[in-house]
Design a protein around this ligand. Structure first.
Ligand SMILES: [Zn+2]
Length: 651
């Protein structure tokens, strides 16, 4: 069955352009496509492979060596200068988010290495993607250790596999393309920075366009080959345009004026480092080539900036993406040389992304929401959070075995070797010494004669490694009137926002339970979308009595359900309260009973005490004692406070 043709995709001009430019110039560094489900972003990425020129490869080399310049370290090499070669189509290799590390980087057969002294290396997905495209759908859900592997490979252009002293290395240069739905969680900043370009896609709001999308989809599904045949000429023409632009790129010149303009634009958007300037320059050059020019114009830089800058200027995951068009125009004008070519020189298939084509809503102001006057009890209001800060680290006690992350200690399949797994447990990398020890007593009975050790598969022992896991950080937040003044609620929200930002960086799941007036509610069920948690927090109304016991019981219920759903992910409960309880009879005693019940489940908890003022009741510390948890004053959540405290004590 032929894939859906690239040229049959309706709309999405900006994505089309970004993909084409990164195909013209792989040095740009690929594309990250952000958008909701059902926007055909994957279809478009998969269709791109068909447009790339074929690659010449050495006959029989599993690592796609270029006959003109074979990899000197190629595991299938060395290749002779006159080696046989053939041309094959460029590949698109898909990396599934749940892939095991061996499948990605390849596997070394330790048994053969030990017993026969042969380095038997099976190439992985990264070897397959060399000189082609590597596509990661849901790239934001990729495991941390795979992200690290990918970052290493992208930075070095090589993959190196080391297993107990045996090392194999091969070239792996690929165009990285990722798609993600930002509602399902954000990307680690290091990985975000690896992508040359980003594009936001949204479904078209235009009825006629939507009809056309459906019509073509149905036609394709009814007769895929016939449908694709109808676009064969358009595909061939586009492929020829891309190949022509590829040949032109090396001769495109970037004048000093153009470089200055790029520097001006990057400075105006306060991007970090030099990477943005380089990517913008490469993209502008690719766009010039795509338009058939050998000189970079202001329009090339404008197009490049829109694609290369949005994700580099984001300060934290809660900021809205996109760049300010007015600011861009201003920066371009400021550095514009006096004489300038015609600005409206568009590419052959470029609809020209206009302002706002990203379809993303305007950034909402994070500050001072007005009182919400509808319904609600007297005194209900909304207070926004202040800016987040670096929070100190809270961890779950003991050693877990949860998903990779950066919070608590855990047994993982990467990280520091701390011991040997029991015989028969195959998990992670091999442990050489333990394997030799297991095989040694049997050498005589196995009739060993040569120098090699006779190793059987059941001798192989695996290393027990310790790394870090992500956790479920469940916030249980008092939003009642007892939280008092507006300024204090702002402080509470800032602290929780800071912890959410921290949770995002540590790959945690987060959840939010709130209690106020007569009830407790799950404001956000456990999710990896920290953005969602931040916006729920922002909109959280406050006021009314304090049903602390109800809040704790609700939290206990969320933890119970989550432990069934995701049993290996250990929870950390963060109760944000001053410890006061005022709803119903014996409110404080009931809260302490609920806390005891939570303590009985073994959950690690922290009480962030919001009590302030001269007359303190110390109820927060009491609650922490009942929870068997840590007691931390709200003002001590910032990591700086802790550092200052340590310094003060040391002085
Ligand atoms: Zn080779």
């Amino acid at each position: 069955m032929r894939p859906y043709p690239f040229t049959a995709i309706v709309g999405m001009a900006e994505l089309r352009l970004a993909l084409v430019l990164s195909a013209i110039s792989p040095a740009i560094g690929g594309v990250l496509v952000r958008g909701e489900k059902g926007t055909a972003k994957s279809t478009m990425v998969r269709a791109l492979a068909g447009l790339l020129p074929g690659v010449d490869v050495v006959e029989g080399c599993r690592f796609s060596c270029d006959p003109a310049a074979p990899d000197p370290a190629c595991p299938d090499g060395p290749h002779a200068a006159d080696v046989a070669a053939h041309r094959r189509p460029a590949r698109l290799v898909e990396l599934p988010v749940g892939a095991a590390e061996d499948r990605v980087v390849g596997s070394l057969d330790l048994e053969r290495a030990l017993s026969e002294g042969v380095t038997d290396y099976q190439p992985g997905l990264l070897a397959g993607a060399h000189r082609g495209l590597l596509y990661v759908d849901e790239v934001n859900l990729l495991h941390d250790h795979l992200v690290d592997t990918l970052l290493d490979a992208a930075a070095m252009g090589r993959v190196t596999v080391e297993r107990e002293g045996v090392s194999v290395s091969h070239a792996a240069r690929f165009v990285l393309i990722g798609t993600m739905n930002p509602e399902e969680g954000e990307l680690r900043p290091q990985l975000l920075d690896r992508f040359g370009l980003t594009v936001e896609v949204a479904s078209s709001r235009d009825a006629a366009q939507r009809v056309e999308v459906v019509r073509r989809r149905l036609a394709y599904e009814a007769a895929p080959d016939d449908f694709a045949e109808g676009y064969a000429d358009a595909e061939a023409a586009l492929a020829a345009d891309i190949a022509a632009a590829q040949r032109l790129v090396p001769s495109v010149t970037l004048s000093d004026d153009a470089l200055l303009q790029i520097a001006e634009v990057c400075a105006a958007f306060e991007v970090d480092g030099m990477r943005a300037d380089i990517v913008t320059a490469r993209t502008a050059a690719a766009h010039a080539a795509w338009c058939g020019r050998d000189t970079v114009t202001t329009e090339d830089i404008r197009v490049a900036a829109r694609l290369a800058l949005p994700h580099r200027r984001r300060r934290n995951p809660f900021d809205a993406p996109g760049i300010d068009e007015e600011q861009l125009e201003e920066a371009l004008r400021d550095a514009e040389p006096p004489e300038q070519g015609p600005p409206d020189d568009e590419g052959p298939d470029d609809d020209g992304p206009g302002p706002g084509s990203g379809g993303e809503p305007e950034p909402s102001d994070a500050d001072g929401q007005p009182a919400n006057g509808q319904g609600g009890s007297a005194g209900e209001r909304q207070v926004g959070a202040g800016s987040p800060y670096r929070a100190r680290l809270f961890t779950v006690d003991g050693t877990g075995s949860g998903a990779h992350g950066r919070r608590s200690r855990a047994v993982t399949d990467s990280g520091r070797t701390v011991g040997v797994r029991p015989a028969g447990v195959r998990d992670g990398g091999a442990h050489l010494l333990a394997t030799v020890r297991a095989a040694a007593p049997h050498q005589l009975s196995r009739g060993r004669s040569g120098p090699g050790l006779v190793v059987r598969p059941h001798d192989v022992r695996y290393a027990l490694r310790e790394g870090k896991e992500g956790n479920l950080v469940l916030f249980c937040v008092d939003a009642s009137g007892s939280m008092g003044a507006r300024s204090r609620m702002r402080e509470v929200k800032s602290a929780v926002l800071s912890l959410l930002l921290d949770a995002y960086q540590r790959r945690d799941k987060v959840g939010l339970v709130t209690f106020r007036a007569a009830q407790a509610e799950v404001a956000l069920p456990p999710t990896i979308s920290v953005d969602a948690a931040a916006s729920r927090l922002e909109a959280l109304p406050t006021g009314g009595r304090t049903p602390l016991a109800e809040g704790l019981l609700r939290a206990a219920e969320v933890l119970r359900v989550e432990s069934l759903r995701d049993p290996r992910r250990r929870p950390l409960l963060v109760v944000v309260t001053d410890g006061r309880a005022t709803s119903g009879p014996d409110a404080v005693a009931r809260a302490h009973t609920a806390a005891g019940l939570l303590a009985g489940t073994g959950v690690t908890s922290v009480v962030l005490d919001c009590e302030t003022g001269r007359m303190r009741l110390g109820l927060g510390a009491e609650l922490a004692a009942h929870l068997g948890g840590e007691h931390v004053a709200l003002g001590d959540v910032a990591a700086e406070t802790l550092t200052r405290e340590v310094k003060r004590r040391a002085a």
